[in-house]
Structure formats: structure tokens, C-alpha cells
Design a protein around this ligand. Structure first.
Ligand code: FE2
Length: 258
């Protein structure tokens, strides 16, 4: 089976790329299952029920979130009913929503989960390593797929090596910059530090560049305005898994600029 993992879909530019190109990628590459990060889909910050439905209508099977999970207040109206929407599993107890989902596909049990890093993330979180150990002990699945939402490359790589051979696919999200390090780890885990972003190309990680340049030069706070015009990018990773032995057999990087 072929799984497509899509990097952070950012605002209207990101939605436009999904609308225009996902169906074609799905058909030409023979994709069976799609996971996408949607924490920036609503004006660059958070997700609404309508945009969650938009992703499902575009045949995305599971939507992951991140540090902006609760940035748009609409999330509180639907997160507990949204079957295929997950936020980081290592949020402390009492936070709405769930951190993993198990889906049956072709007699395979696939568990998709998300954890968030603790380095440079400024969020109060449980340990992503311990949280994942607990999940693996509790949930018995054929295939495990992890979206590690984090800033520090070292934290993501350390996590991937720790769970090499136990989690089939570990991909990073959050930085919005695709890394050139997709590879299969020694014990068989497919790993990539960051999938990249799906949205505007010529802004600063999705935002109008002028405001961000001003912030770096002056140190003054600025309002983030999503960049919606100009060239756009579609970033992600396609992973092929053998349905019998659950091993990763092949992968292909998606880095499309339009
Ligand atoms: Fe993020």
C-alpha cells in the first residue's frame, strides 16, 4: 500500500494546492491512504470544522494538528466528535480531543498518532518518549505511523532512532521547511525530519515576508498575514509498505512548485 503524508497545509494558498493537485497525485501515484497536517489551515492558525470537512472531502483519511491545535476556537465545538482528527498525544490530561486513531484498511490495523517535541516549543507537555512507549504497550496494531511535531531536528532524530523498528513511519512537521534526509533507519523505520509545507512559496514559512523581515530587524511585534499569492508549493512524502510483513519497501519525496 502507498501512504501519502502531507506537510502543514497553510491557509488559503495551502487549501488551493490541495484542491488543485491532490486528486491528481492520488491517481497518478496510486495512493491508498492520506495523512495531512492541518494545524495552519484556517488563516495560518488552527482549524475550523468546515476546513476539517474540506480535508475529508479531498479523501484525506487522518488530519494531525500541533502547537496551534486550539488556536481557532471553533475546534472546541467539534474536536470530540471528529473521528479522524488528532492532536498531540502528549498534551497533559484533560485537554480535549485525542492523540491517536486506529483505522482498519484491507484487514490491517493502522494506528496514526502525533506527539509534540519539548525543545523550543514553549508548551507544557508530557514526555513524547514515555507517551509513545505507553501507546505502543496499550494499542496493538499492524502498522504505526507517527507525526512528530517539533522544532529541533536533534529531538526528532533521537526520537526516531529510539523507536526504530517499532514505529513503521516517523515524519516531522511544524518547521514548514522540507528536509533532505528521508531514509529508512537501520531497523526499518521510514524517517524524515520535516515534510515541509503546503502553501505559499515566497513568504516566510507561509506568512507575508515584509512583516516578518520587519520583526527580525526591529524586534517589534507584528501581525502575521498569511501569504496567499504568487508561487505555491506542495510538500510531503509517499511511503510504500508491504501489506504482508508491514515493512517499508520504497519511498518518494513530494516537492511540487506551481
Ligand atoms: Fe506547528
Amino acid at each position: 500500500m502507498k501512504i501519502l503524508l502531507i506537510g502543514d497545509i497553510f491557509s488559503m494558498a495551502g487549501r488551493e494546492m490541495i484542491d488543485k493537485h491532490l486528486e491528481n497525485i492520488k491517481n497518478t501515484k496510486g495512493i491508498n491512504f492520506i495523512i495531512a497536517n492541518g494545524e495552519n489551515i484556517a488563516h495560518g492558525n488552527g482549524i475550523t470544522n468546515n476546513y476539517y470537512k474540506f480535508l475529508l472531502e479531498h479523501h484525506i483519511n487522518v488530519v494531525t494538528l500541533g502547537n496551534h491545535s486550539f488556536a481557532n476556537h471553533d475546534i472546541f465545538n467539534f474536536i470530540d466528535d471528529a473521528k479522524n482528527l488528532i492532536r498531540p498525544l502528549n498534551y497533559p490530561k484533560g485537554v480535549p480531543g485525542k492523540g491517536f486513531v486506529t483505522i482498519n484498511y484491507n484487514n490491517l490495523k493502522i494506528t496514526i498518532f502525533q506527539v509534540m517535541g519539548r525543545t523550543f516549543m514553549n508548551t507544557s507537555l508530557d514526555c513524547p518518549f514515555e507517551t509513545t512507549e505507553n501507546l505502543l504497550a496499550k494499542v496493538n496494531s499492524d502498522i504505526y505511523i507517527c507525526d512528530f511535531h517539533g522544532e529541533a531536528t536533534s529531538e526528532k532524530i533521537a526520537f526516531a532512532h529510539h523507536f526504530d523498528g517499532r514505529v513503521n513511519i516517523i515524519v516531522g512537521t511544524h518547521t514548514h521547511v522540507q528536509t533532505n534526509d528521508a531514509h529508512i533507519l537501520p531497523k526499518g523505520t521510514m524517517y524524515m525530519t520535516d515534510l515541509g509545507m503546503t502553501g505559499a512559496l515566497d513568504g516566510v514559512i507561509g506568512v507575508e515576508k515584509e512583516t516578518i523581515i520587519k520583526r527580525f530587524i526591529t524586534g517589534l511585534p507584528v501581525r502575521h498575514i498569511p501569504m496567499e499569492t504568487g508561487r505555491k508549493q506542495f510538500n510531503g512524502l509517499i511511503v510504500e509498505i508491504n501489506e504482508t510483513n508491514h515493512k517499508v519497501t520504497n519511498f518518494e519525496i513530494v516537492n511540487m512548485i506551481k
